[in-house]
Design a protein around this ligand. Structure first.
Ligand code: FES
Length: 64
């Protein structure tokens, strides 16, 4: 499912980013550009990231 239409980012992309240690919207924005254009995806992207972080193990050396 698409999370960010402007940048064609899916929930899988967000989950993969979480698994690699990204734990905040600014990190998602830097790595996937989520929310950097129209911004309409920000709330759903945050929810998707939060859910992914509940399930994803924290990468070694990264803060949760
Ligand atoms: S839908 Fe994500 S920036 Fe527009």
């Amino acid at each position: 499912m698409y999370v960010c239409i402007c940048h064609a980012v899916t929930d899988r992309d967000v989950k993969a980013a979480a698994a690699q240690g990204i734990s905040c919207m600014s990190g998602l924005c830097q790595s996937l550009k989520v929310g950097s254009q129209c911004g309409r995806c920000a709330k759903f992207a945050q929810e998707t990231l939060d859910k992914a972080l509940e399930k994803a193990p924290v990468a070694p050396g990264k803060k949760a």
